[in-house]
Design a protein around this ligand. Sequence first.
Ligand SMILES: [Zn+2]
Length: 232
Amino acid sequence: MILSKEPNAIIVMGPPGAGKGTQAQLLAERFDLYHLETSEIIEKNLKNIKKDDFVTVDGKKYFLWEEKRMRESGELMSPPLITFWIKEKIKVLYKEGKGITTSGSPRTLYEGKEIIPLFKKLYGEENIKIILIELSVEESIWRNSHRRTCELMRHPILYSKETANLTKCPFDGSKLLSRKDDTPETIKIRLKEYQERTLPLLELFKKQGLEMKKIDGSPSPVDVFEDILKSL
Ligand SMILES: [Zn+2]
């Protein structure tokens, strides 16, 4: 894979805890891309919602309170709603002339079938890169039960000897928070959702003729990033 001078769209895939967010962030900084983070878009849209708030997509109403409940239980939210929000964001970014790197999108076959054609149309097939970070189930569970993010910028802080005693974000000094929805139960649900609803996307990418690079996600983030750079 070669990164062209035109704006690129780099899709970073992987199970929960694979470090998608960290790698996408590093790619964003290195290649001046916008890091499109699905969780950030969702949180923004679910903030301060009222009981009866809804969004209409293709004539169907999606109640935000119910979507929030699904998310907190580890289930995936309704794909048409997420897809709608993400497509809107992609169009805005493209208009601004920005390249994009995503972590966590597309997450379902539905979303992939909507978003890949949009990426192709805007960015061109040759400028779409897909990176799959692979991680074992055991490692995924372990990492998810130990992860924290900072309050201000949502920097993910991976658990290690060096970070175990940190209370503040090393980048901006804001508080480090565990995610309250990271319980063993929700982590298991999330993994199951990944296997059953996200992995089928790989078949779609193949059918669409998109090249995908598989990267071992078990080394430290720096080493994983080096491997990604080599693969580009
Ligand atoms: Zn931070």
